[in-house]
Design a protein around this ligand. Structure first.
Ligand SMILES: *[C@@H]1O[C@H](CO)[C@@H](O)[C@H](O)[C@H]1NC(C)=O
Ligand SMILES: *[C@@H]1O[C@H](CO)[C@@H](O)[C@H](O)[C@H]1NC(C)=O
Length: 285
């Protein structure tokens, strides 16, 4: 009886290990490029419909889907029964939209933009190298001193926006992001930016950069051990408009300058070199 029980436990442990291994193996496969497929959510009124239209008009060769709430819910139930579905009823509408973008790009790949984000020029003219399996944009042109972070109500001193992002399917950065959401949920975090928004997304991006850019940690230690460095308003973790990688999955991340994705005037004012021609434009008014 006892022997049988032990055998059963051993078998179960092996099976769980098998699952982990297959997950790792999947992430070792080389990622494909970012598919020409555009996903959007969050259409709340007619004035936003014209921004959605810019994605369709400028990229006629791409697939486009504007997801409705019921479709989002069904997709999560069918594609993330372990990770996201168990916490779904406890997430707010905004938090659901947050986690859905990570899941849909993880499953299907493509470009994600909120409904109030305008496409400024055709994707195939963006000039981002084909090797890129992810696009992440700085939300602000420099790292914020901690005081400014609090003042601007940012979740991170160096934040990546997530009203726009892009990825190849199966990107482990997105899986990690969803795991981080689950972890924070169990830690009882309630702040949306921290739990599911720009905070958690920035963390997943920073983990990728820490893995693939050897100087990142060294630079952080130097930064934190010098009080005047901590107050600088002209520094950022890694230079923007560059490709980083590969990670173990063969993934390369394109880090876009803040001005590419954030149209707010202060981005260019503070950091003129980050004020590049916008690829996307978020309309907040
Ligand atoms: C501390 O940072 C300031 C400003 O960036 C720099 O000028 C100075 O050389 C640094 N000091 C040390 C000891 O590294
Ligand atoms: C549409 O929604 C945006 C933000 O969600 C709001 O600022 C704007 O006033 C709304 N427009 C109309 C016509 O209701």
């Amino acid at each position: 009886m006892l022997v049988q029980l032990l055998l059963l436990l051993l078998l179960r442990a092996l099976r769980t290990r098998g699952q982990c291994t297959s997950l790792l193996q999947t992430s070792k496969l080389h990622l494909t490029s970012i598919p020409c497929s555009i996903h959007q959510t969050g259409l709340t009124n007619d004035s936003e419909a014209k921004w959605v239209e810019t994605w369709i008009q400028k990229n006629p060769q791409c697939q486009h889907k504007l997801w409705k709430d019921e479709e989002v819910e069904k997709f999560v139930q069918q594609n993330s029964d372990q990770l996201l579905w168990p916490i779904w009823p406890g997430l707010t509408h905004v938090e659901r939209a947050d986690v859905f973008r990570y899941l849909v790009l993880w499953k299907e790949g493509g470009y994600y933009a909120d409904a109030n984000v305008e496409c400024m020029k055709p994707i195939d003219e963006w000039g981002i190298p084909n090797e890129a399996t992810m696009i992440a944009g700085y939300e602000f042109g420099h790292r914020l001193p901690e005081e400014d972070r609090k003042l601007f109500q940012f979740a991170r001193t160096e934040q990546f926006e997530q009203w726009f992002l892009a990825s190849a399917p199966g990107n482990p950065v997105l899986l990690r992001c969803m795991e981080l959401v689950r972890q924070r949920y169990s830690w009882k975090l309630q702040d949306t930016l921290q739990l599911s928004g720009a905070g958690v997304w920035s963390d997943a991006v920073h983990e990728f950069l820490a893995r693939t850019v050897p100087e990142v940690l060294e630079k952080e230690v130097a930064f934190r051990s010098n009080k005047s460095e901590l107050l600088r308003k002209d520094t950022r973790g890694v230079p923007s408009e560059r490709l980083y990688g590969p990670d173990a999955s063969g993934g390369f991340m394109w880090v876009a300058a803040a001005g590419r994705v954030n149209p707010e005037a202060h981005v260019e004012q503070w950091d003129p070199t980050e004020g590049k021609e916008a690829l996307v434009y978020r309309h907040t008014k």
